[in-house]
Design a protein around this ligand. Sequence first.
Ligand code: ATP
Ligand code: MG
Length: 471
Amino acid sequence: MKEHLQDKIFQIISEAADELGKECYVIGGYVRDIFLKRPSKDIDVVVVGSGIELAEKVAQKLGKKARLTVFKNFGTAQVKHKDLDVEFVGARKESYRQDSRKPVVEDGTLEDDLNRRDFTINALALCLNKDRFGELIDPFNGLEDLKNFVIRTPLNPDITFSDDPLRMMRGIRFSAQLGFFLETNTFDAIVRNKERIGIISKERIADELNKIMMSRKPSVGFILLEKTGLLELIFPEVLALKGAETKDGIGHKDNFYHTLAVLDGLSEHTENLWLRWAALLHDIGKPGTKRFDARLGWTFHNHNFIGEKMIPEIFRKMKLPTNEKMKYVQKMVTLHMRPIVLSEEEITDSAIRRLLFEAGDDIDDLMMLCEADITSKNPEKVKRFRANFQLVRRKLKEIEDKDRVRNFQPPISGKEIMETFHLPACSTVGEIKMRIKDAILDGIIPNEYEAAKTYMQQIAKEFKLSTVKEN
Ligand code: ATP
Ligand code: MG
């Protein structure tokens, strides 16, 4: 295994540990990722002794190039060197109480330390001491599980999950991230312990959800969350999408699986986390707007607007950022049907201009989301939609080259309207502004100052406004 410990830092840690006469190992995710050929910059080092003492010695040897941070309360320390981030910690033994994920911690052996790890694939260690340099410690056959793509807890899974329920989320996250399978006992224990997720902070759950979202095929994670019963507890709004009802022989698609198909499809084209969130939430308003109409069948009127309105509450509850990222997700959800509706009708310049105006710089993201939303089981239908969609794309480009309305700013400001007609700030000013904007978007006048000014004078007549101040 020595070949994987080529970086000079491992030599330095090795020397430092030998000088202190302490056993020392690289451990956990870094070792796992060596075998998975996923290069990583975060290195965890466990020493049977004081992590802080070893870190100080390593920092000393590295000299000025290293940055040492000591976390006295945790008994840990971090050394940053070049682009590497090494965490040092003493081997620990932990015991837990029912109501908390804060364990009682004591010093322990390497074996104790590996026992408290979450999964066998994360319980691998490589020795750094000179006489055993590169020796692999693998008490739970983690290497075998790595080869078979299996996620399994090292000890009794009921205890591992009950001790720290975050591990249930981590297990599902690793399945999604690495494309691994949850071993049956491990899966069943999540089902039995799911309620314990209640003691985990929303922030940590959101971190894991974001990692699931960023995996190559996020549906793997969401399907496991659903099957284990965790989804109901952490994200009931998404679970509510599940199920397909039939009435009078008319069914609608299962919006949970449709949503996941959209999310997976979109994820093939973008690493944008928030666009992926928009895909997950694009139909979130459907369950609340579902109606059956004898004539129209199943309808979900205004589900995009209802969805947009649901998002702030969801983001707040889940401790996701309620800033411009959220606004972007809301915008995508509101507009998600626009391009496709367009492609079904005759595509007018005016409709294209309005779409460009509303989407602004996010138009390409919106088009990507909308294209991923085409998931019909009928291949003919998909083909027709995609062809129409290409037409929308062409038209968008044409209009954009011609009319520059992507980040449209009305050529005449409210201030100018007020000054021209000696108006106070009032609804008439807003109305004139809107009429000018509509005229431009509808192609009645070009997007230019002079044309807009002339047009403004015309509307003014309707409003019986005068530019001359009356005494
Ligand atoms: P990633 O860095 O991608 O999140 P990782 O496995 O490296 O994955 P870290 O949070 O960096 O995860 O933790 C490093 C190691 O610490 C893990 O590989 C595992 O051995 C251990 N570990 C982390 N969190 C837990 C936990 N909640 N329970 C048990 N062991 C854990
Ligand atoms: Mg890590």
